[in-house]
Design a protein around this ligand. Sequence first.
Ligand SMILES: Cc1ncc(C[n+]2csc(CCOP(=O)(O)OP(=O)(O)O)c2C)c(N)n1
Ligand code: SF4
Length: 299
Amino acid sequence: MTTTLTGCSFGADLNDSLLRPGNTNCAGCGMSLGLRWLDEALGGEVPFMVVPACCGIVTAGAFPTTAYGAPTAASTFAGAAAVATGIASVLHMNAESSPVVCWTGDGGTYDIGVATLSAAAERNEDILYICYDNEIYGNTGGQRSSATPEGVVTTTSPRGKTERKKDIMAIMAAHRIPYAATLSLAHREDFLRKVKFAAHTRGFRFLLMLSPCPTGWKSEAEDSVELIRDAVRCGIFPLYEVFDGLRYRINMERDGASVNAYCERQRRYRRETLDASLIQARIDEQWRYLKAMAAAFPA
Ligand SMILES: Cc1ncc(C[n+]2csc(CCOP(=O)(O)OP(=O)(O)O)c2C)c(N)n1
Ligand code: SF4
């Protein structure tokens, strides 16, 4: 008997869009633009989506309708990369070439999903893994994750988080996967180029998108894209690529913009808990690291 996945969607077709109207995303949610640009970069190719417990699976709405115009498997919080491994294996068995895309939050990536993520990366499974990193557990009311930056106030860090944000890009690079890159929602051409490159690369690919979350960031919906631009300009979210886990390419230099401009428009950074000089020191340290890697191992 042939095992097939084709036709398991709820009516996805090539004229459909990946993110349909009527989805549940908040106004200004980074996922909305990210999914549209993912769709555009895939150029009409319909992916198999795997989405764990997170806002991204709420996006779909209530069965039997769905806001995803692609076959979508809802996985456990911890299991997205394992489910995607199974789907990718069946597609290969049937010589089908549809991309398998994990679309996961930072909780499902940095925290509870990190074991299956690491295992799939170590096996170099043929998966395009995209983390929309809103630096919080958005779906359950805004708890801190290991992606939450220092100083940020969440429901479980009311005095500001005291631990550093985990460097998930370095962790993924250490797996020596073919491709890892950061994605900015304020730099469309760079975003589309990287997703296209990732889509046409085989093996495990990891993309990290800083994803504004007006609900959790306590920011205005209309500021979302400008916040990401500020994040890139001040260097708190560097744009770079890592090839084969070793060769680094920085895509854009920071331009000296103050980190305060980024923090001040989000009430998750509070005056009482914000230590701008500490944040600046972390940024400088990260850039020294990236520059050293790009100089020692240029792409
Ligand atoms: C094993 C398990 N623990 C806890 C939950 C509850 N839960 C569902 S979504 C979620 C947070 C998801 O956070 P993240 O992955 O960052 O995505 P976001 O909600 O921010 O989109 C949690 C804790 C769960 N579904 N399963
Ligand atoms: S809570 Fe945040 S991540 Fe979740 S849908 Fe709303 S804006 Fe998007």
